[in-house]
Design a protein around this ligand. Structure first.
Ligand SMILES: Cc1cc2nc3c(=O)[nH]c(=O)nc-3n(C[C@H](O)[C@H](O)[C@H](O)COP(=O)(O)OP(=O)(O)OC[C@H]3O[C@@H](n4cnc5c(N)ncnc54)[C@H](O)[C@@H]3O)c2cc1C
Length: 655
C-alpha cells in the first residue's frame, strides 16, 4: 500500500457514545431596561475609566452605527483565532474585548499543549491558526509528553512566558489587515427574523454585522470565590460581562448553565528552596508547534528554563481536610460543576483519601518575572490557609505568595444548541466558540474559535461550512462530542476520546489537514509550495526514489528530520495504521449519509419517546452522528435509514 500518497487522505468514522443530560441552573443576571440604567451600571463598575465621550453619547443619544461582515465578541484564545481567520479570509472584521490589555491572557497555567491538546494546536496550525506560531515564540520550555510510549499518544507541550504570549498575540491582531479591535462590552445581540444582524455595546453604539461569533470565556456573570470572600469578576481584577447572558437567553433562545473552575496561587521564585525538588528539563531536541517554524534557527535561539517537581504530604492533606468547610469549593456556595480532570486540591484529597501525596509541578511564568505557578495546587481555600498549605510542602517552607488561588463560576451555553459548524440552531449566523460551549482549556477554546471563525466567514461568503470528521482530527472529535452528547461538566480533550488515534497523530497534522487550509485560502502560495515539496519528498523517500531529492534548506521549514520520523512511525506501525484506516473507511458510509435539517422524528411511530426526544434535541446532521447519541439503538438507526430512503424516493418521484 502506498502510505504517503501525493493526495490528501480522506477517511470517515463513527462511534457510539453517551448523551449527558444538560441541567439548566439559575444564573444571576442584572436587570437592564433603559439606556439610563445601562449608564448607571457602567458608572458603578469598579474597573472602568469612563471617557467623557461615552457619557455624552448616553446623554444625547448620539449613537454611532457601523457595519462589519463579522463581529467577534471576546479576545481570549477562541476570539483571537476567530477574528484572525475571518480577517484572513478577507472579511471586514471587528473584535470586541472588555480589556485590550488582556488579549489572549492565560489566567491559569501559562502552558500550551499537553496530552491531546498539543495535537489540536498542531491541527489548527496546519489549517492556518495562530496559536502554534505564537507558542513557538513565547515558549520557555518544550517537551514531547508520552515520548516513552507509542506515537499515537505523543503530545507536544510548551510552558510559555505568559506576558510575551499575550503581547505577541495582541500584536498579531493589531497588525492584521481587515481586523479592528475595540475595547467595549457587548451588551446584547440584535436578532431579526431568526437571524443575527448586529451587536449593541455599552457605549450605546449599534454595530451591524452579517455574522457574530461569541467567545466570552469565563466572563458571563462571572463570580469569584476565595474562601468566604465572594465578588463579581470575569477573572481576578477583570470585571465580568453582566448583560450578554440576558440577551443570549431572551433574544437568542439559548439555555444557559453554570460551571466553575479554580486556579493555583503564584509564589516568588526567590523564596523557593529548589534543592529539595527534582529538576524537570525541557527536551534536548525540542520540536516547535508550528509547521511554519524553521527548526534549526528556532532551536539555536531558544533559551529553555527548567521546571521542578515536589509533592504534597500528610501535613498538607491535614491542613486541607481540617478546613474543607472553609473552601469555596465545598461549602456549597459554588454549586456548579468543575472540570473533573483538573480538580482543586480539596477535591483530590476528598476523592482519594488513601493517597498521602500528590505531584506539584513548580513552573516559571516568564523570563521577566519571579512569579512561579504551582501546578496541582488549584484551590478555593481562604488566603491564610493557602499560605499555610504551601509552606507545608518540601522546598516551599518559606515560599511567599504573590497571588492567591481562587475559584470562578460563569455561565455557559449547552452545546446541544449548536450545529457542528458551531452556528446556533436557534439563530442563523450566530456562532459560539470556546469556554462558552462548556469546554475548558486554551487549546479547546482556540480550536473552536478557529472553526467558528472559519464557518462564520464561509457563511457570509455563501459557502458550505467546514465540518472536520472524527477520523481526521481531534478538533472534529471535540466538536462532534459536545454537539452530540452535550456536557455535564467542563469538557477537555484526551487521546482516549479518539477511536483512530494512530491515524491522527501530532506529527501528521499537516498531511491530514493542510489541504483544507489551502482550500479556504488560509495557506499562502509560498507555504503550500513548501508543503507540497515535503509531501512529495516523503512519498519518494518512502518508495526509495532517492534521486534528485531536495536539500534540507530547500525543504525548510520542513526537514529531513521530519521525513525520517514520519517514515519511522509508518514502517513500525504500518499494520496497525492499515487496520485503523480500514475500520475508518467502513464507518465513512454513515458519516456521509446526511439527515435533512427538517426531518420530523416525531412522525416515526416505531421510535420510543426517549429516542424521539434525544433525536429532536440533538438534531444530528448525519446517520453517523445519530448513531453516537445516547439511547439511540442500532435498531433505531435501521428504522431511520429506511425512512430516509423512503423520503428520498418520494422526493425523486416529485421531480
Ligand atoms: C481562574 C481560572 C482558572 C482556570 N483554570 C483552568 C485549568 O485549570 N485548566 C484549563 O484547561 N483551563 C482553565 N481555565 C480556563 C481557560 O482560561 C479557558 O478555557 C480559556 O481561556 C477559554 O478561552 P476563551 O477564549 O473561550 O475565553 P477567555 O480566555 O476567558 O476570553 C474571553 C474574552 O471575552 C471577552 N468578553 C467576555 N464577555 C464580553 C462582552 N460581553 N463583550 C466584550 N468582550 C467580552 C473578555 O474580555 C475576553 O477577552 C481557567 C480559567 C480561569 C479564569
Amino acid at each position: 500500500m502506498l502510505v504517503f500518497s501525493k493526495q490528501p487522505m480522506i477517511l470517515q468514522v463513527s462511534v457510539f457514545t453517551m448523551l449527558t443530560p444538560f441541567k439548566i441552573s439559575r444564573h444571576r443576571v442584572p436587570k437592564l431596561k433603559t439606556s439610563n440604567s445601562n449608564l448607571l451600571k457602567f458608572l458603578e463598575m469598579p474597573y472602568s475609566i469612563i471617557p467623557d465621550i461615552f457619557i455624552n453619547n448616553f446623554k444625547e443619544g448620539c449613537y454611532m452605527e457601523r457595519k462589519y461582515q463579522v463581529v467577534i465578541i471576546g479576545a481570549g484564545h477562541a476570539g483571537c483565532e476567530a477574528s484572525l481567520v475571518c480577517a484572513r479570509m478577507g472579511l471586514k472584521t471587528l473584535v470586541l474585548t472588555l480589556n485590550v490589555d488582556s488579549i489572549a491572557r492565560m489566567p491559569c497555567n501559562p502552558a500550551i499543549g499537553g496530552i491531546a491538546k498539543g495535537q489540536m494546536v498542531r491541527e489548527i496550525d496546519a489549517i492556518g491558526g495562530e496559536m502554534g506560531q505564537i507558542t513557538d515564540r513565547a515558549g520557555l520550555q518544550f517537551k514531547m509528553l508520552n515520548s516513552s510510549r507509542g506515537p499515537a499518544v505523543w503530545s507536544p507541550r510548551a510552558q510559555c512566558d505568559k506576558e510575551l504570549y499575550s503581547v505577541l498575540m495582541s500584536k498579531s491582531l493589531q497588525n492584521q489587515s481587515d481586523l479592528e479591535i475595540l475595547q467595549s462590552e457587548a451588551t446584547s445581540l440584535i436578532v431579526k427574523n431568526g437571524k443575527v444582524c448586529g451587536v449593541k455595546i455599552l457605549t450605546g453604539e449599534t454595530i451591524n454585522a452579517d455574522a457574530v461569533v461569541v467567545t466570552t470565556g469565563t466572563f458571563l456573570n462571572g463570580a469569584i470565590h476565595l474562601g468566604k470572600m465572594h465578588f463579581d469578576g470575569g477573572r481576578f481584577n477583570e470585571r465580568p460581562a453582566s448583560y450578554l447572558s440576558i440577551s443570549l437567553a431572551k433574544d437568542c433562545g439559548l439555555k444557559l448553565g453554570r460551571f466553575k473552575t479554580t486556579t493555583t496561587p503564584r509564589i516568588n521564585t526567590l523564596s523557593i528552596d529548589y534543592s529539595k525538588m527534582t529538576e524537570q528539563l525541557g527536551d534536548e531536541k525540542p520540536k516547535p508547534f508550528s509547521h511554519f517554524t524553521e527548526i534549526k534557527q528556532w532551536r539555536a535561539t531558544l533559551k529553555q528554563l527548567p521546571c521542578w517537581l515536589t509533592y504534597t504530604n500528610t501535613c498538607t492533606h491535614k491542613i486541607v481536610e481540617d478546613n474543607l468547610g472553609l473552601s469555596s469549593i465545598n461549602i456549597g456556595e459554588v454549586n456548579s460543576k468543575s472540570p473533573r480532570y483538573c480538580p482543586a486540591i480539596e477535591e483530590k484529597i476528598e476523592r482519594y483519601p488513601e493517597k498521602t501525596s500528590h505531584h506539584i509541578f513548580v513552573e516559571p511564568e516568564g523570563y521577566n518575572t519571579n512569579e512561579v505557578y504551582l501546578n496541582g495546587l488549584y484551590t478555593g481555600l481562604p488566603f491564610d490557609l493557602q499560605q499555610k498549605m504551601i509552606n507545608s510542602i518540601a522546598g516551599l517552607e518559606d515560599a511567599k505568595v504573590i497571588r492567591y488561588g481562587y475559584a470562578i463560576e460563569y455561565d455557559y451555553s449547552s452545546p446541544l444548541q449548536i450545529k457542528k459548524s458551531l452556528e446556533t440552531k436557534t439563530v442563523e449566523n450566530l456562532f459560539l466558540g470556546g469556554q462558552i460551549n462548556g469546554t475548558t482549556g486554551y487549546e479547546e477554546a482556540a480550536s473552536q474559535g478557529f472553526v467558528a471563525g472559519v464557518n462564520a466567514g464561509l457563511k457570509v461568503l455563501g459557502k458550505a461550512p467546514l465540518i472536520l470528521g472524527r477520523n481526521e482530527s481531534y478538533v472534529g472529535i471535540l466538536i462532534d462530542d459536545i454537539t452530540t452528547k452535550g456536557v455535564d461538566e467542563p469538557y477537555r480533550m484526551f487521546t482516549s476520546r479518539a477511536e483512530y488515534r494512530l491515524s491522527i497523530r501530532n506529527d501528521n497534522a499537516d498531511l491530514r489537514l493542510m489541504d483544507i487550509g489551502r482550500s479556504i485560502g488560509l495557506i499562502s502560495d509560498k507555504a503550500y509550495e513548501k508543503f507540497e515539496l515535503y509531501r512529495n519528498t516523503l512519498a519518494d523517500v518512502y518508495e526509495n526514489n532517492t534521486d534528485n531529492l531536495p536539500t534540507d534548506k530547500e525543504l525548510s521549514p520542513w526537514s529531513f528530520e521530519r521525513i525520517n520520523e514520519e517514515i519511522f512511525i509508518h514502517k513500525k506501525y504500518e499494520g496497525y495504521i492499515e487496520i485503523q484506516d480500514r475500520m475508518a473507511n467502513k464507518m465513512k458510509k454513515n458519516e456521509d449519509r446526511k439527515i435533512p435539517e427538517d426531518f420530523d422524528y416525531s412522525k416515526v411511530d416505531s421510535f420510543s419517546s426517549e429516542t424521539k426526544q434525544r433525536l429532536m434535541e440533538v438534531r444530528p446532521q448525519t446517520i453517523g452522528q445519530a448513531s453516537r447519541i445516547h439511547a439511540v439503538k442500532p435498531s433505531d438507526i435501521a428504522i431511520l435509514t429506511i425512512y430516509l430512503e423512503k423520503r428520498k424516493r418520494e422526493e425523486s418521484k416529485k421531480l
